[in-house]
Design a protein around this ligand. Structure first.
Ligand code: CU
Length: 189
């Protein structure tokens, strides 16, 4: 999981006797961010719930529905001209529109990274189409609004613009990166 990503999970504590402490670790964390949450198993409980075979119905978007492809490169500034983090070699400028899109359209957005960037689009969900040119794995299935781009990776997503007309942000969800201008604006009309 990267910053901004969400998942619905079922955790089964049945194997742990009362008195057990279970820790959720952040394997990319250090210091105070290495441990996320502590569960204390305090007693036995009966549970007759079950996981349904289908959690929800998802309409899969297809590559053939896309009317265009846009490239979004997430990179660190190569020089001191724009200290910080850039999208398509530009720091965020609230007065600039980086992409004009049409409500109802489907586009392929191709995200490329230098380092690790979790990319988030506001209020217009997408589906992962490919990762490093290959079919995405289970982690990428379903509607998403944040996708993990690992170092030197290209990920294609199919985005459909379904929210109100207006200006929306596309940004890296690493707090330090978005704070240092790694954002772009797309305008739906
Ligand atoms: Cu980033």
């Amino acid at each position: 999981m990267t910053p901004g990503e969400r998942a619905d999970v079922v955790v089964d504590f049945a194997a742990f006797p009362p008195g057990t402490a279970v820790t959720m670790d952040n394997t990319l964390g250090a210091g105070s961010t290495a441990q996320v949450m502590l569960f204390r198993v305090t007693g036995r409980a009966s549970d007759d719930s079950h996981i349904p075979a289908h959690l929800s119905h998802i309409e899969p978007l297809r590559r053939s529905q896309a009317i265009r492809t846009r490239d979004w490169q997430f990179r660190r500034a190569p020089t001191g001209d724009h200290p910080g983090w850039l999208v398509n070699d530009q720091p965020f400028d609230p007065a600039r529109i980086d992409a004009d899109v049409t409500l109802g359209d489907v586009e392929i957005w191709r995200f490329t990274s230098d380092l690790h960037h979790p990319v988030h689009a506001h209020l217009n969900p997408f589906q992962v189409l490919s990762r490093r040119g290959a079919t995405p794995g289970p982690h990428d299935l379903g509607w998403k609004d944040t996708v993990d781009i690992t170092p030197s990776e290209t990920v294609e997503v199919l985005v459909r613009f379904t929210d109100y007309p207006g200006r929306y942000l596309l940004h890296c969800h690493n707090l330090e990166h978005e704070d240092m201008a790694m954002m772009a604006t797309f305008h739906t009309r």
